[in-house]
Design a protein around this ligand. Structure first.
Ligand code: 13P
Length: 230
């Protein structure tokens, strides 16, 4: 078995599930991308560019280094690979990145509307806000730079203005859940906004406590990775 086989299998599985669940905007399309960081190596296992998920196979998944040099695979990696690499570089707690075009979060992306802390189970999972990353063209250096700057808030979900979303996590399963929690929050928030009635958010003190727990979890992951045995 190859060194990257498990990673490739997971990236393919999760990408196809996200596509089948409609998180990439169209179930028959190729939008969005998914990656995992290889443990103890500056290498990324990532979906290829412009290939429909329903025909994607294990051999189509790319492995590249942080400079995008090919390690395994014949296809070109996603054009957003530098955005994924930027996330791995600026966030030592992150080992998986998912970029989607999911519907309700995309609606908020064109309203340039962050999602405030609304539910404690969501805030405990993804942090105190779902912020909007300013618009820049897909695949551009400017987009990657904008994302890198925003990731300093140490949350796990972001809305990309007039584009889609970005979720980051310690592993791919958790990151998949963040995608779901983001869509749940966006859907409920949009519905609530459409009533025109005032919206209540979580109390500030509660948000501070929950966000501190998110940061503590990230710090534990960073410490785990720095252990010599790791
Ligand atoms: P790729 O097909 O290169 O992954 O690009 C899709 C996308 O969503 C760009 O933002």
């Amino acid at each position: 078995m190859g060194r990257y086989d498990d990673y490739k299998r997971r990236v393919l599985q999760v990408s196809q599930r996200l596509s089948a669940d409609g998180y990439f905007g169209s179930k028959s399309g190729s939008a969005g991308n998914v990656s995992m960081l290889v443990e103890n190596e500056d290498a990324v296992v990532v979906t290829p560019t412009r290939l429909q998920y329903d025909v994607m196979t294990f051999d189509d998944i790319c492995v590249v280094d942080f400079d995008l040099a090919r390690i395994e695979g014949d296809r070109k990696p996603s054009i957003e690979t530098p955005m994924h690499v930027a996330a791995y570089k600026v966030r030592a707690d992150v080992s998986a990145v998912i970029h989607t075009h999911q519907t309700f979060a995309s609606a908020l992306s064109i309203l340039n509307q962050p999602i405030p802390p609304l539910f404690d189970e969501v805030t405990l999972a993804i942090g105190n806000t779902i912020d909007v990353v300013p618009y820049a063209l897909s695949g551009s250096r400017e987009l990657h730079d904008n994302v890198a700057r925003k990731l300093a808030n140490r949350c796990h979900c972001y809305i990309l203005q007039n584009h889609g979303t970005l979720c980051v996590g310690t592993d791919l399963d958790k990151t998949f859940t963040f995608v779901e929690l983001l869509e749940k929050s966006a859907h409920i928030y949009m519905d609530a906004l459409s009533t025109g009635k005032p919206i209540t958010v979580l109390p500030e003190k509660t948000v501070a406590q929950l966000h501190a727990a998110v940061i503590a979890r990230q710090d534990r992951e960073i410490a785990r990775r720095r252990e010599p045995s790791h």
